[in-house]
Design a protein around this ligand. Structure first.
Ligand code: ATR
Length: 289
């Protein structure tokens, strides 16, 4: 591509940013669509977050993605924030507007769009949420806003699950989250959409799984794992072995990027282009299906 004085610049701030797939998503999107835009990873240390956000605006950047560990730290330096991002308390996309950046969370709409593309719905579902870290907390908010029938929340540290449940219920003003113990988890009788939001099973610990017992996997009709490295986690293998449907986190990564790109460029990315970008991401990860 030809970079000139009119080329729009977007970037990713985080620390580390060396192994991110986001440049593949955005630069391939720009090339495929013929948009004059480049996307670069920009490592920002924690003490420089304010300077980085203000500096990006001063440098006329069109937008930024924000990753670990800055997703909450950028919020005080924004001129506006989308209500969902504000509720979740984490921002992963900054969109340039008059006077500064507006913050959005495209991780959760990204997960929703990824699940929709696989025919997985949250509305009216009994959801089993595994984990109570930052990712699980955001997914709990998503399930509340999407009208899940009930949310059962299991985490190794029960107090953390209780805190997440309290915060999500306070944010939405209704109670539909039940924190459960390992014993209760193994005695469930329903059929669940399970969303695995812990780091258990992440490369290189590919044989690890949050719960070993078959009693759990018999109750899961659909198992979503937010991890995409490995491409099929042990959690997914166990769900599959018991006849369940599975999805990993790569499409969530794809769609959070696509939604950010759509916000920056006020455009709509077609499903055909989305499929092409997903293919590029798989090539980058060395996945051949
Ligand atoms: P993230 O931002 O990706 O959600 P996090 O906030 O560090 O990351 O949360 C990590 C999640 O993985 C937590 O739910 C954590 O459980 P605890 O709250 O009990 O720490 C879970 N987790 C990590 N390692 C685990 C392990 N070996 N067994 C069970 N859960 C684990």
């Amino acid at each position: 591509m030809q970079i000139d004085g009119k080329t729009k610049t977007c970037g990713l701030i985080g620390d580390p940013v060396a192994h991110t797939l986001s440049p593949v998503i955005h630069n391939t999107l720009a090339q495929t669509r013929g948009d004059d835009l480049v996307y670069v990873p920009l490592r920002v240390e924690a003490e420089h977050v304010q300077k980085a956000v203000e500096g990006a605006y001063a440098l006329s950047l069109t937008g930024l993605n924000v990753t670990v560990p800055h997703k909450s730290a950028v919020i005080p330096y924004l001129v506006d924030i989308d209500p969902l991002a504000e509720k979740i308390g984490a921002v992963n996309t900054l969109v340039r507007q008059e006077g500064g950046f507006k913050g959005y969370n495209t991780d959760m709409p990204g997960l929703l769009r990824a699940m929709q593309s696989e025919g997985i719905t949250v509305k009216e579902q009994s959801v089993l949420l595994l984990g109570a870290g930052g990712a699980a907390r955001a997914v709990a908010f998503l399930c509340m806003s999407e009208g899940a029938k009930e949310i059962l929340l299991y985490n190794r540290t029960m107090e953390k699950a209780e805190r997440v449940a309290k915060e999500a219920e306070a944010a939405f003003g209704r109670s539909c989250i039940r924190v459960i113990s390992k014993e209760e988890l193994l005695q469930l009788t329903g059929s669940y959409l399970a969303i695995q939001c812990t780091s258990v099973g992440l490369y290189p610990n590919v044989d690890d799984v949050i719960v070993q017992e078959d009693a759990l996997y018999e109750k899961i009709h659909t198992g979503v794992d937010l991890i995409y490295r490995p491409y099929e986690t042990m959690f997914m293998k166990k769900v599959k072995a018991h006849g369940g449907k599975t999805m990993n986190g790569l499409k969530m990564l794809l769609y959070q990027g696509i939604i950010a790109y759509e916000l920056w460029n006020k455009c709509e990315v077609s499903e055909e282009t989305a499929a092409h970008i997903l293919q590029k991401m798989k090539e980058e990860l060395g996945i051949h299906e």
